[in-house]
Design a binder for this molecule. Structure first.
Ligand code: ADP
Ligand code: MG
Ligand code: ZN
Length: 503
């Protein structure tokens, strides 16, 4: 087996090509072809009926709200809406699909030929990439299998599997891009930015809650490599990419893996791979079926779809503001430039900043915490910032405490650490960890004296006029007071104590 190449080396030798398949579970009240409810988290197999259980003789009926939603998604993605199309049967046997076929669309998708522009930050400023959309089609979701008895939750090593058909038959929209070429080292970020942008666009339409962690937005990342000038290479398709962060990581690690294979003279196998959040790498799944294996044919139990032009025009006219327009408006209101906006989007924190501002936080403070400390804390824990248990109210409270001088930035970080660790809301963390700015000069001077006598050589240097050396003593005092001192006050007191003028 070849080992993965370093990312820079992989990009130096090969051109990455990505293609994204995103599934969005629509938030309709009822399922695609029956009246069953679609509530997330209901007890297993309580939202089922003969149609979605595939019982013989049951007949599907199309959900008009789902058709409306997919047309709106297609329009927002600049697609053409076809005048006539049919559903197809995709035949395969797997226990998550009780009918042994899935009603889907194959060669007659409802929406075709669109695009979505995404912007990523580069060293030379924001770069916009047009991602072409090949098709947007409708299908039904499958049931959910739980593999028990093993340590990994995967089928390998499990001793039995449970199936929940509540999800079977929920309307699912699949959005498929054309291969995206020419993004080079930015490919992982473009993949992430695409999924982020698509999520925001779909959420803006109000047709799905698009929660990756609950599976209402799922992404498969296709990656291939070719040498410059060669035609497209063989792709792998990575599943299980359950967060924005994982989208970027999965593409990155697949580029590195394939580069290792190709550079060693091997061939990339066309297969499905699984992404592992914990290790950040992909492992092989099944080798990919060809379309012929599914024996597609037009679904005989449903009439064709033929949305009237008048209806499509009406839906087009009623589309909400596009995310890019929305962002431009926010940037203007918050007084920030393109670059800051792109960084917020790429860090996946724009929504969070917006929600915090809506809850009453000043835009600058919202940006500072979400794009700074909280993004860092999320990265350290391997989660998305949105998954941190930090609320807008928490940040508002921390800012209040800073404003009255009860906390400084360093202590505020400790407060967030506590909130994230589940120690309670900010006031509880402040109390439990006894965090408070020490503003009593007497206490600070005592700490300064301790630090000076512990490091007499440094004290000498400062007295001798080497004011830069003061940093070591200030650092020691900050450490001794567990960050509770105001560093600039400590510095002033220290220089005064030693009778030295500040430089
Ligand atoms: P399947 O269902 O077999 O995965 P789809 O047509 O649904 O096929 O999706 C294929 C995805 O793979 C599309 O997003 C397409 O852009 C992408 N793709 C196709 N060829 C390549 C390639 N050589 N490299 C990367 N992505 C590719
Ligand atoms: Mg696919
Ligand atoms: Zn049903």
């Amino acid at each position: 087996m070849s080992s993965p190449k370093a990312f820079v080396d992989a990009i130096g030798e090969f051109e990455p090509v990505i293609g994204m398949e995103v599934h969005v579970e629509l938030g309709t009240e009822s399922k695609m072809f029956c009246g069953c409810p679609t509530r997330f988290g209901a007890p297993p197999n309580t939202q089922v009926c003969p149609v979605c259980l595939g019982l013989p003789g049951s007949m599907p009926v199309m959900n008009a709200a789902a058709i409306e939603s997919i047309i709106r998604i297609g329009l927002a993605l600049n697609c053409s809406i076809v005048e006539w199309c049919r559903m197809s049967r995709k035949n395969y046997f797997y226990p998550d699909m009780p009918k042994d076929y899935q009603i889907s669309q194959y060669d007659e998708p409802l929406c075709v030929d669109g695009y979505l522009d995404v912007t990523v930050a580069t060293a030379d400023g924001p770069l916009t990439v047009r991602v072409e959309i090949e098709r947007v089609h409708l299908e039904e979701d499958t049931g959910k299998l739980t593999h028990s008895g093993g340590s990994t939750g995967r089928i390998h090593g499990a001793d039995h599997s449970l199936v929940d058909y509540n999800r079977a038959g929920i309307p699912l929209v699949e959005i498929v891009t054309r291969p995206v070429t020419g993004t080079g080292a930015l490919a992982p970020e473009v993949a992430r930015a695409y999924v982020t942008e698509l999520r925001d666009l779909v959420r803006g339409l109000g047709v799905s809650d698009v929660k990756m962690e609950e599976g209402s937005l799922r992404c498969d990342a296709n990656v291939s490599l070719n040498r410059p000038g060669d035609s497209l290479g063989t792709r792998s398709e990575t599943k299980n990419v359950n967060s924005l962060r994982s989208v970027e990581q999965a593409v990155r690690s697949e580029i590195q893996r394939q580069a290792g294979v190709l550079a060693a003279g091997g061939r990339v196998v066309q297969e499905t791979r699984h992404f592992h959040e914990d290790t950040g790498v992909t492992t092989p799944g099944r080798s990919k079926e060809q379309a012929e294996d599914y024996r597609y044919f037009p679904e005989p139990d449903l009439v064709p779809l033929a949305p009237s032009r008048a209806w499509v025009d009406e839906l087009r006219a009623a589309l909400p503001e596009q995310p890019s327009v929305h962002r431009a408006r926010l940037a203007h209101t918050w007084g920030i430039g393109d670059f800051e906006m792109v960084s917020l989007v790429n860090a996946g924190v724009l929504d969070l900043v917006e929600q915090s501002v809506a809850a009453g936080l000043a835009p600058d403070a919202a940006r500072k915490w979400w794009a700074g400390e909280l993004t860092r804390a999320a990265g350290e824990r391997g989660v998305d910032p949105a998954d941190l248990p930090v609320t807008a109210q928490d940040i508002i409270r921390v800012e209040e405490l800073i404003a009255v001088g009860a906390l400084n930035d360093q202590l505020a970080r400790q407060v967030f650490e506590g909130v994230i660790a589940g120690e309670g809301r900010p006031d509880e963390v402040v109390a439990a960890r006894a965090l408070a700015v020490v503003s009593d000069d007497g206490a600070l001077l005592a700490a300064i004296d301790d630090a000076l006598s512990a490091q007499p050589d440094i004290a000498e240097k400062i007295r001798g006029g080497k004011v830069q050396a003061a940093g070591a003593i200030v650092g020691a005092v900050m450490k001794a007071t567990r960050g509770q001192a105001d560093a600039s006050r400590v510095r002033a007191l220290l220089l005064e104590r030693l009778g030295v003028e500040d430089a």
